[in-house]
Design a protein around this ligand. Structure first.
Ligand SMILES: *Cc1c(COP(=O)(O)O)cnc(C)c1O
Length: 353
């Protein structure tokens, strides 16, 4: 017997969600964002599943990009933070990776290496993390012209496509920065694509929606027509009844108010389940909804079985996925589904349905 926890991947759901992205993106090409091990779903597995559908892959990690090439995937690859030092540039050339260039320091590295690559120039329009301002854009374009680099796409990233602030101001800033330059553009993440499909540009960059989660607090994945690509499931490994006043787990943060039947699930924060999930976080036992009780420990968590007399050792438990969106578990835990998916631990076996 092995420990019963596993993450089941439904690659047809991934492909379905890519179709939803496609249906929102008019003529734009799609970078499937597969950073962070495809948001915890397995990089090469997901990239291969999308190979016939998508137009390119976007990620952060150079080793990941090389792994895609070594797996025989030959679609364009966009490196979302570009390169960190000039030493990496020969690899960008060798593996045909398109860097995002977001600083003049990077342009100088290109100049020193005398390498001509297609590239993305990232403009800062209000996120204020990475990106060039108007004067830097002018210097960058002058240097790139000297290097005979002409295959350039202008990109930016929106900070509030999912909030009430929206993208209007940043889009206006982007359009004024790129004025007079006829380069293709890319600015839509999942939230932009779903909420402002008219702003798809030449290339869109959906991430979270491919995995079947919602980028919005007020719209569920199901309402957006998305299906969960991952189901994190385990089983009850113990069942007991607490008497009134008995404490449960570390620090006794849950004390039974009356006799309560509880189940112990083989899943904890070392599997990637959020330790901050409070008592009351939704969970499915035998396909029915109940909630967690007490503190999540490293390897276990507890669930309320008061209304489930039929539950027993071995009853299946869904932490998130089919029937319970990771978005709901994340909201209960004060975070976003992105963090939950990316945190699924290496000790959790991934199986495909
Ligand atoms: C991660 C990332 C995306 C994808 O964002 P989602 O919200 O997951 O769709 C798009 N663009 C850039 C630059 C990113 O870093």
């Amino acid at each position: 017997m092995t420990r019963p926890i596993k993450a089941t991947l439904d690659l047809s759901a991934l492909r379905h969600n890519h179709g939803v992205a496609r249906s929102h993106s008019r003529a734009a090409h799609i970078w499937s964002v597969v950073k962070a091990n495809a948001y915890g779903h397995g990089l090469v597995r997901c990239a291969s599943a999308l190979a016939e559908l998508t137009d390119g892959y976007a990620l952060i990690e150079l080793e990941g990009a090389i792994a895609l090439r070594e797996a025989g995937l030959d679609l364009p690859i966009l490196m979302l933070e570009g390169f960190y030092s000039a030493d990496e540039l020969p690899l960008f050339h060798q593996y045909q990776l398109t860097p995002v260039v977001h600083s003049l320091e990077q342009v100088k590295m290109l100049d020193a290496a005398k390498l001509s690559l297609p590239l993305y120039l990232k403009l800062n329009t209000g996120m204020n993390r990475l990106g060039l301002n108007a004067a830097e854009l002018r210097s960058a374009l002058a240097m790139l012209t000297r290097l005979a680099i002409t295959d350039i796409t202008l990109m930016t990233h929106f900070s509030d496509a999912d909030t009430t602030l929206g993208i209007h101001d940043q889009l206006e800033q982007f359009n004024s920065l790129r004025l007079g330059h006829g380069y293709p553009v890319s600015h839509a993440n999942s939230a932009t694509l779903l909420r402002y499909p008219e702003c798809d540009g030449d290339w869109v960059r959906p991430g979270i929606m491919l995995y079947g989660c919602s980028p919005f607090a007020d719209l569920t994945a199901a309402q957006l027509g998305l299906k969960p690509a991952m189901t994190l499931a385990s089983e009850l490994i113990a069942v007991r009844t607490l008497a009134a006043g008995e404490r449960l787990g570390y620090s006794g943060t849950y004390v039974a108010p009356a006799a309560v039947r509880v189940g112990i699930v083989a899943c904890g924060y070392a599997d990637g389940y959020p330790r901050h999930a409070p008592t009351g976080t939704p969970i499915l036992v035998g396909g029915r909804r109940t909630c967690t009780l007490g503190l999540v420990a490293m390897d276990m968590l507890a669930v309320d079985l008061s209304s489930m007399p039929e539950a027993h050792v071995g009853t299946p438990v869904t932490l998130w996925g089919e029937g319970l969106s990771a978005d709901e578990v994340a909201a209960s835990s004060g975070t976003v589904s992105y963090e939950l998916l990316c945190a699924v631990a290496a000790r959790v076996p991934i199986v495909e349905v």
